[in-house]
Design a protein around this ligand. Sequence first.
Ligand SMILES: Nc1ncnc2c1ncn2[C@@H]1O[C@H](COP(=O)(O)OP(=O)(O)O)[C@@H](O)[C@H]1O
Ligand SMILES: [Mg+2]
Length: 254
Amino acid sequence: MRPPAPLYHNRYIGPDVLSEPAVRLENVDLTLGSGAARVHVLRSVSLTVGSGETVGLVGPSGSGKTTLLMVVAGLERIDSGRIAIAGTDYAGLGEDELATFRGGNIGFVFQSFHLMQTMTALENVAVPLELAGVDAAFDRARDMLGRVGLGQRLSHYPAQMSGGEQQRVAIARALVVQPRLLIADEPTGNLDAATGGDIADLIFEAAAEQGTTLLLVTHDAALAGRCGHTVRMDSGRLVRHNGGAATAAALRSA
Ligand SMILES: Nc1ncnc2c1ncn2[C@@H]1O[C@H](COP(=O)(O)OP(=O)(O)O)[C@@H](O)[C@H]1O
Ligand SMILES: [Mg+2]
């Protein structure tokens, strides 16, 4: 991919941003649901991710991985503990401020793409730029789609594209604001192995080029092994923290 053109928009950049870790969670607790459906989803979770690091989050279904991503993205408020992204403590932000912070700093890629079905590829990618009040949103969206190899699919609707193409649109949408942090929840889970490999390449390439911190949930040991670090969740707790390759070997032997 070509290096991104500079993008100017309202990020929260404080004086301490460069020295602060990209992600800092301290003793985060969260219980969801009510009555018999109450689940203690996150149990005293602490995690520090340095700026530009790539972290794979693995663990069994239901262990709390998606919830942890939601918390990091500020889409779910925590019961207790502390969460700071690039030095910005979420406790100090109201809902509007949190939404603005998220829009300028965090890109989110889902397993099932989550594109707007009534919008073209170009419109889907332009949305976060328009929300951020960026000039020339469509020019930048077009450029980003070209960089993910979809220059010929600008006017296609999601239903007219393959799964791999839809995920490329979703990645373009997540990256177009040049987020400080890219969060991906099983981004290759709905794709065949070859397409999933291409999508993984794209994510790692883009993260490296933009200096983006990457937090990635995956069941794929090979994908986890590409991350610099891997953390494992079990029943709401982080239970292990390894270098990526070591954890990939452990997953294969499990
Ligand atoms: N809104 C909710 N209300 C009650 N329980 C929930 C809610 N959201 C998630 N859970 C429960 O929290 C646990 C963790 O869910 P999730 O974070 O989606 O796990 P994972 O992504 O690891 O599969 C699951 O047992 C799930 O049923
Ligand atoms: Mg999940």
